[in-house]
Design a protein around this ligand. Structure first.
Ligand SMILES: Cc1cc2nc3c(=O)[nH]c(=O)nc-3n(C[C@H](O)[C@H](O)[C@H](O)COP(=O)(O)OP(=O)(O)OC[C@H]3O[C@@H](n4cnc5c(N)ncnc54)[C@H](O)[C@@H]3O)c2cc1C
Length: 419
């Protein structure tokens, strides 16, 4: 009799596992359970509707550096399926990916529906069954033989009082929202780590910075005070505070600390990372001498966006009409501080519209990265964001979904052939 794989979750990871398992083993019945009425809904909205499929990063050691949680686990997993495999996999199905300047990879169509179509077509081609509006509620073991765990199968309780039997399960239910929904998994010996958001921007009130909305910098250094988290990268000022890649990355690396601080903390910004306060003072001394008769707001020695320069002058109590020769030493010191060490009070976060993820979830300690199989329960597999793995923005979260989904599929098809 045909064996059954039930995949829980109709997202990127669930689909990747299902279509590959069905393709690699045509004698396996593959069913996807999806609790909502929609499939691949995150793929659709991802990357602003373009789907940032992966990141142009061929070296595994470099790639894992983009995952605040799960890096050492992924180091082993990427040996089996990495960025190059993702590109080839989609290429073999007629989906060409392009690389943007910052390394992010998108379908050449710039349309996430290309990725959805590809996965849906493969599911149809290999006969994957899909049950929509079907939520997994519980899992119990059905031991066919008291002695042999290899004969274990599962009875899954579903919404609307239905059940389904499975020989294999792949849990790909995405970021964990309610920990109690995974009690069955805890009972099978798995740790579930508390979850908290990652990839958000910082809300800053009362500093006047919002008036600079739209100002962007190629490079700024942002440090979270009282922590070790400090990063340099492009920054963007928004109408609610500070955003841009440097802030999003910082929110990911500092996700746990920031959750513990209740999203109420201070940051220090250096708007000109190539300078420190002393270097700024040296530079200002030269400018004062050489441009003595010029007005301060006409001469921006650091090539900062002019709106930011004027804002920093105001914050330092300097009248823009003042001539360089008349700049008091106290104001000069304050300006150097504002340029290199401006403090802001962050109160709250805003989720980035392009991408956000859940940190925490199913612990990696009880999972084998070479197969994605549970170490405590045979024939139980995992894929995607349900795991305690998350990456920064740039295509790394989907790469996790493709890698873990593919490994689970390949291991399931091999196990099924051996049994
Ligand atoms: C707005 C947005 C944009 C993003 N853009 C990008 C991007 O461009 N690049 C990138 O790399 N990452 C992006 N991400 C992150 C990426 O989308 C996720 O990391 C990825 O989709 C995770 O895939 P998954 O299959 O593990 O989980 P999901 O996509 O969340 O899928 C899980 C599915 O399981 C279903 N489910 C949950 N519980 C049950 C249950 N008990 N029974 C049945 N079904 C269940 C859910 O309804 C869901 O459909 C973005 C995220 C968001 C929110």
């Amino acid at each position: 009799m045909k064996k059954t794989l039930v995949v829980i979750g109709g997202g990127a990871a669930g689909f990747f596992c299902a279509v590959n398992a069905a393709r690699l083993h045509d004698d396996l019945r593959v069913v996807i359970l999806e609790k909502t009425g929609k499939l691949l809904s995150k793929v659709k909205v991802s990357g602003g509707g373009r789907c940032n499929v992966t990141h142009d990063c061929q070296s595994v050691s470099e790639l894992v550096g983009h995952y605040p949680r799960g890096a050492s686990f992924l180091k082993k997993a990427f040996l089996h399926f990495s960025v190059k495999d993702t590109i080839t996999w989609f290429e073999e199905r007629g989906v060409e990916l392009k690389i943007e300047k910052d390394g992010r990879m998108f379908p050449v169509t710039d349309n996430s529906e290309t990725i959805m179509r590809c996965l849906l077509d493969d599911a149809a081609r290999y006969g994957v069954e899909i049950m929509l509006n079907t939520e997994l509620e519980n899992v119990e073991l059905k031991s066919n033989s008291a002695e042999s765990q290899s004969q274990t199968s599962f009875i899954l309780t579903l919404s609307r009082e239905r059940t389904i039997e499975a020989d294999f399960i792949c849990l790909a239910s995405g970021g964990v929202q309610k920990l109690e929904k995974l009690d069955w998994l805890k009972n099978l010996g798995h740790d579930i780590h508390p979850t908290y958001p990652s990839l958000f921007t910082f809300n800053i009130k009362g500093s006047g910075i919002q008036e600079l909305m739209g100002v962007s910098l190629d490079s700024a250094v942002v440090k979270i005070m009282g922590t070790k988290h400090k990063l340099q990268g492009p920054a963007l000022i928004t109408h609610w505070g500070l955003s841009g890649p440097v802030v999003l990355k910082l929110s990911a690396w500092g996700a746990l600390d920031l959750a513990e601080l209740g999203y109420d903390f201070k940051i220090v910004v250096n708007w000109i990372p190539e300078y420190n306060e002393q270097k700024v003072l040296d530079m200002l001394r030269v400018v004062r001498f050489e441009k003595a008769s010029q007005k301060i707001n006409n001469r921006n020695p650091f090539d900062l966006p002019s709106r930011l320069w004027e804002y920093l002058l105001v914050q330092s109590g300097i009248q823009p009409e003042l001539r360089w020769a008349d700049l008091p030493a106290k104001s000069q010191n304050l300006l150097a501080k504002m340029l290199c060490n401006q403090e802001f009070h962050v109160q709250g976060k805003t989720t980035f519209k392009e991408e956000f993820v859940t940190a925490g979830g199913v612990g990696l300690e009880q999972i084998n990265p070479a197969t994605m199989e549970s170490k405590t329960q045979k024939n139980l597999f995992f894929a995607g964001e349900v795991l305690n793995i998350d990456g920064v923005t740039g295509g790394f979260n989907f790469q996790n979904a493709w890698t873990t989904g593919w490994i689970a599929a390949s291991a399931i098809s091999q196990t099924e052939k051996q049994q």
